[in-house]
Structure formats: C-alpha cells, structure tokens
Design a protein around this ligand. Structure first.
Ligand code: MN
Length: 738
C-alpha cells in the first residue's frame, strides 16, 4: 500500500485490529490492560470525561431525532448512537434501541478486514451506509450510518447511528416481511457502502436509494437524522481531545472498555450463583397453507435450547447447541442479530449501570452453532425478521438469569419471561383518495413495543409497556401511527381479557384493536407472532405462559351500510366463542388458529383485528390474593370463568355498584376442589417420562416436531448424545422422517 496508514503509530487499521484481538486472547484483558491507570490516578477526571461523552451521545440522539426523522423514529425513538474505537469496539452509547450497539461494531470490523483503508479509502468527511445482516446488522430494515473520526490525519474512532425504517423495498410493503425467503426478497442491501464525502451524502446515492424503497421521504429524513447525530458526536470527540489531549484520549477509550468488562464480571459474581443453567424455547412457522413459493410450503417449529454457564470468576458463557436448522422463511438470524438480542437484554438485567459498552461483549463467550437458525452460514437466505427466532429464544436467557437472581435472593429482579413483539398490523397500500392520492403508505406501527412483561417473584408484570429490544419502549400515539399509515385508521383500542399468563403474580395485561381499510387500493396485509406454540420459555415456578396469538379479519363487509345507518360495529374480540365480528357484520370472516400469515389483499371497508401480548406469570395461581383477583376482574384483565377455573375464585358482578364481589366461602371450597383435582390428575415424573418417551419410540410426534428434532439431532453431536441419553434411546436411534 502506497498511502500513509490511517491508524496510530504508523499502523494500518487491520494491524491494530489484529493486535487488539491478540492482546485479549493472550492476556484475558481488553487491549492487555491489567491496570486502569487513568482511573486510579484521577478517578474524578475519568468519570467526568466518561459522563461528558455519554451526555454528548444522548444529546446527539435527542437533537437528531427532532432535526429530521420519520414518524416511527421520532415517536418512539427507534434509533441509537454509539462511539467506537478505531478498530470498532464500542466505548459509550446513547439511550434508545440498544440492540444495535454491538451490531455497528461488526460493520466497522467488516470494513477493516475487507481493507477499505486501501479501497474505497477512508477519508475525513466520508460517510458509510450499512444494512447487511452478514456485516453485523439485524435485518435490512435497520439502517446504519457510520463516519470515521480523525485527529491530525490519524483515525481515532467512528461514530455510528442506526434507525429502523418503515420500508426498505422488500417483497411486500412494510417491515419484518413474512413472505421473504431469500436475500433477494429482503429489500435493498447496502453492504458497508461509501455514500458520501466531505460530510455530504452523494446525490446519486440519494436518488437511487429513494427509488429503492416505497417511502422515499422517510428514508431521506432518517439518513439526515443519522448523519446529523454522527456529526455531533464527532464534534464532541474533537472537543474532548482538545481539552484532554490525544494521549489521554487514546488510553481513556481502552480503559473505559476494560472497566466495562470488569463491571460486568463483578455484577455476575454479585448477582448470580455459579453453575449450569438451561432453558427450552420454541417458535412456530406455519407456512404449509400460507406460502406462495413451493419450497416455502412447510410447517416448522424452531428448537431454541439455551445453556448458560456461570463461573466463579464472573465469566459467563452462552450456547445454543442443539438449535434446529434455518429455512425458507424470514426468521433466520445472523450472529450480529444474536449478539444484539443478547446485549440489549443484558443491559436491562445485569449491566444497567455506569459503563455500558463492548466490555460486556468481551466478558461473554458465545456459541451460535454453524448451520443452525442462529448462524446459517448462507448469505442468500432471508434475514428479514430474525426477531421471529431470537425473541422467543432469549426468553430462555431471561429465565436462566432469573433462576440465578432468585437463588441469590434478588427476587424483585426476577423476570419470568416477556412476550413477542408482534401482531401489529403489517403491510401497505396506495392512497386512492385525499391529498396524498397515488402515494404509497407502509405499515410499521410500533405499538408492538408495548407488550406485557413477565411477572417477577414479588409483583405482577408491567402492562402494555415492554419490548425486549428497546428498554425505553413506548406504544406511541394512535394519531402518529395514523399519520403514516393513513390507509388504515383505527376503530378501537381496548383491554382484551385473559391475555396475562396466570400465577401468584400475573403477567402484564394488554389490549386489542380493530383497524379499517379506507381511501386506499392495492392493500397488502400480513402479520406475525407465535400461535401454535407458547412464546419461548415463559412462566416460572408454577406460573403459566401468556396466551398465544390468532388471526381474525373480515372481507367484503357491509360496513359502509353500518356507518350510514349508524349501527354498532365490532370493537374487538373479547370472547372468540361469541364473536362481535360474527354478530355485528355481514362479511366473509376468517379466523386462523395461528398468527403468522402471508399477505392477503384487502379492499376499503375490510376490517383487521389484532391484539398485543400479555406477559407470562410467576408462581402458583391458587396463591394469588383474592383482592388482586377482584382488581383483575374490575380492570377487565380476566373473565369470571377463567378466575373460577384457574384461580379457584367465585365472583359475581354487582350491577348496582358496578363492581365484582367475591364469595369468600365459595372460593375457599373451590380452591380445595382444584387442589384435590390436581392430586387425582397428577402423575409421577417416571410416568410422565414414560408417556412422553412413547411419542418418540412409537413415532407419534407430529410433522413439525419430527422435522425440528431431526434437524437438531443431525446438526449437533453433543445435543444428539444428550437427547438419546435423556430418553434412553439406542445410540443409532433416528427419528423416522415421514
Ligand atoms: Mn429493526
């Protein structure tokens, strides 16, 4: 290479990256830093400097999202910023959708390993764009802007920002596209592309990018938002160096990451008991009767077994050994997505204080087995919605860590699981009337960030207020969502009963909604969520998982007539056995027992029903306090028959007082009756084991389960050995594929 190397001390970025990896491998300390000298010499200066950088990133985020940004970014802050070392390790992060902090780290490392320093070159004022999951991203819908930071011709860091787009031009309008099964369905791909110089985005890039998506205005706003934030971060770093000196800065960024690693180890030692923790989780992909593509017509269940080992020195390892295979569906996950999911949960449950950076990444060993859904090793698969696999899979991590927290006595920190952030209305269409006639709209309502959280060991789960990927989740305002999904106004939003997982402490409650198709044509609609299996590993110490999803919509309705005559229309589906849709509409009504569907075409006056998810429960429901059940009934979280059947509570509604009255004597008897039923129906573990084993030996598993286990057995020798030992099967045992 003839050019002067960009890195410190006359080294190329590639050499710096290799050195950093070697030092960590050899010493076990980040960058070989055994002593935090700056922190020890002057802790106040060190902390003040860290706080000033963090403040700069938070303010960059707050400012950028108000300068420019699409409604989704502005409304619920679906963006985040981070500052990286020259070789791509995150030093400090903003608030926001923290799932992305390590993802951009992998993008920087990709550019370094591909020798971007030589070609296409990395210069002061250059702008790079990435949304390729094979370079550390989650899915094409998340778009990252990265800029290098220079001091005296040396590259001293990178600023990165990421936003989630409403549409990236995939096989159907919207985001998290269910019908995507290969890379070419995922929308426009930017694989760490240079898109600007001298702090300006190139015109030819913007022209091409805006033609590659269905919502060009939002794309452009978000590109400007990310760049604005990055430039503010660059200014803050240059100010820092002016004030503290470049030598201090170079040492400071290394120590900050090493301290992040140490904080994580200390927290593990303080909060968890060493040992092996395991959890099982699953997700259904019902495509046999849904898929367009012949190869995708397959019902699958994903196997998501998780093992976490906590060592006495605070080290943690995490392995998905035994995970089933990838497939012709949108839910395949690359390592970047897996890192992101793990990271965002760890920041909530273990590293929520002080130094949040890639130190935690260096403190955890991971195994995402090659060839499984969490590391397929094939860039031509679809990675449009890895969330479909990783969200349920990481309920296992939440549960494993919760067992550790419980054992140490941190009962209030226990989280029995969380629910899937799905079943928002998805798709898009074209305005056929009004001021925006002819323009396209896409659905990307981030109501999905208002799901039910699992109960802890001391209290009920949070209602309609949790998303695993955004610790600052907010379900947003209907009016904002209607702004950019104008073709689908909302008719209702109200509490839906019986969603919360049962328990001594119940999971978070949630609501349902009915949306109308209006003023539009060419409307594609789809959705995704668990339906045929419970969500992940939810429920703990006797608590139940939350209710599963299902699909309901009405086509060819008489709604126009209903509106004209001012008659009642459906506002929800509180009791599917006596549905409001069926009672109040003349229409073709479809109900499906699963939730993930391929796009259907809808016309004006068609109705779509959806509901957000409740959270899983904790502990035995028979131990739930009677006053709490009365409150659940008064709030509409549970219905009378459910509290009778599950909680053993006998209640009657008092019409005059408009409240529920509990019959305490009858309740006492009912609870005794349930306990006796349990004794009668219960079996020993050996009986249960024998019963379940027969399903395997007599080949009585259903097709998706058989396929799932076959994939896991073939992919992992270790898991196969464990499976056969547990079920006492011969070594050469194979599941017969029908
Ligand atoms: Mn995203």
């Amino acid at each position: 290479m003839s050019k002067k190397p960009l890195g410190w001390d006359g080294k190329t970025l590639n050499v710096i990256l290799e050195e950093s990896e070697k030092l960590f491998k050899e010493t076990g300390y980040y960058y070989g830093i055994t002593k935090l000298t700056l922190k020890e010499e002057d802790p106040f200066r060190f902390e003040r400097n860290y706080a000033s950088l963090r403040g700069a990133l938070v303010s960059a985020r707050e400012t950028a999202l108000h300068v420019a940004a699409s409604p989704i970014v502005k409304e619920i802050g679906e963006l985040c910023f981070a500052l990286y070392t020259p070789e791509g390790d995150s030093i400090v992060v903003s608030t926001g959708i923290l799932v992305h902090v390590h993802t951009m780290s992998e993008a920087v490392k990709f550019m370094i390993r591909q020798d971007y320093e030589d070609d296409p070159g990395i210069n002061i004022g250059d702008i790079f764009l990435n949304n390729d999951p094979a370079c550390g991203n989650v899915h094409t819908t998340d778009v990252q802007t990265l800029i290098p930071i220079f001091w005296n011709e040396e590259l001293v860091g990178w600023a990165g920002g990421v936003t989630h787009q409403i549409d990236t031009g995939g096989i159907t309008p919207g985001h998290d596209l269910v019908p995507a099964m290969q890379r070419f369905d995922d929308g426009v791909y930017y694989t760490c592309r240079k898109i600007g110089s001298n702090d300006r985005i190139w015109k030819d890039h913007l022209i091409s990018a805006k033609r590659s998506v269905r919502t060009p205005m939002y794309w452009e706003l978000d590109e400007k938002c990310r760049l604005a934030g990055d430039l503010m971060i660059r200014d803050a770093v240059l100010e820092f160096i002016k004030k503290e000196g470049i030598d201090y800065y170079k040492r400071f960024i290394r120590e900050a990451i090493e301290e992040g690693r140490r904080v994580f180890l200390e927290r593990i030692k303080e909060r968890l008991i060493p040992g092996r923790y395991r959890a099982a989780a699953f997700m259904d992909m019902p495509q046999k009767n849904e898929a367009w593509q012949p190869r995708a017509r397959l019902d699958k269940i994903s196997n998501q077994p998780l093992e976490i080992i906590i060592k006495e020195d605070g080290k943690m390892s995490l392995s998905f050994e035994g995970a089933s295979g990838p497939g012709p569906n949108c839910m395949n996950a690359e390592k970047g997505a897996m890192e992101g999911g793990q990271w965002v949960l760890l920041t909530q449950i273990l590293i929520y204080a002080d130094k949040v950076n890639d130190g935690a990444y260096f403190a955890v060993e991971k195994n995402y087995p090659l060839g499984s859904w969490c590391n397929p090793g094939d860039i031509y698969l679809s990675y449009q919605a890895p969330w479909g696999n990783l969200i349920p899979a990481y309920t296992g991590m939440m549960k494993c860590l919760s067992y550790g927290l419980f054992s140490r006595g941190y009962r209030e920190e226990v989280v029995s699981g969380y629910s899937f952030t799905g079943d928002a209305i998805q798709g898009g269409g074209v305005y056929s009337d009004g001021p925006l006639i002819g323009q396209r709209w896409s659905l990307s309502t981030f109501e999905i960030s208002g799901q039910g959280l699992g109960a802890s060991a001391v209290r009920d789960g949070l209602n309609w207020g949790y998303a695993m990927w955004n610790p600052e989740s907010d379900l947003g305002d209907v009016e904002t969502w209607e702004l950019f999904q104008g073709g689908v106004p909302y008719l209702s939003r109200r509490i839906k009963p019986n969603l919360s997982g049962h328990g001594k402490f119940r999971g978070g409650a949630n609501y349902e909604g009915v949306a109308l198709v209006a003023y539009s044509k060419e409307v594609d609609f789809f959705g995704a969520r668990e339906g045929m299996v419970f969500h992940g590993a939810g429920g703990m110490h006797g608590g139940y998982p939350n209710a599963t999803g299902y699909r309901l919509y009405a086509k060819n309705t008489n709604l126009e007539e209903i509106i004209r005559n001012r008659e009642d229309y459906p506002l929800g589906d509180p009791d599917p056995s006596n549905g409001e849709f069926e009672r109040l509409l003349r229409a073709d009504i479809t109900r499906k027992p699963y939730c993930s569907i391929y796009p259907i075409t809808l016309e004006n006056y068609d109705l779509i029903y959806y509901f957000m998810s409740g959270g899983p429960g904790y502990g035995d429901p028979l131990e739930r306090k009677i006053e709490q059940i009365k409150q659940d009934l008064d709030d509409g979280f549970y219905t009378e028959n459910i509290v009778n059947n599950v909680y053993g509570v006998v209640a009657k509604f008092n019409d005059k007082e408009r409240e529920w009255i509990i019959d305490e004597k009858a309740t006492e008897n009912r609870r005794k009756e349930i306990k006796n039923e349990r004794i009668e129906k219960s079996m020993t573990f050996e009986e249960f084991w024998e019963k379940e084993r027969k399903k395997i030996t007599e080949n009585k598993l259903n097709d998706p389960v058989r396929l799932m286990y076959t994939e896991s057995l073939n992919l992992s020798k270790m898991w196969s050995k464990f499976f056969k030992e547990f079920w006492k099967l011969p070594e050469d045992f194979q599941i017969e594929v029908k």
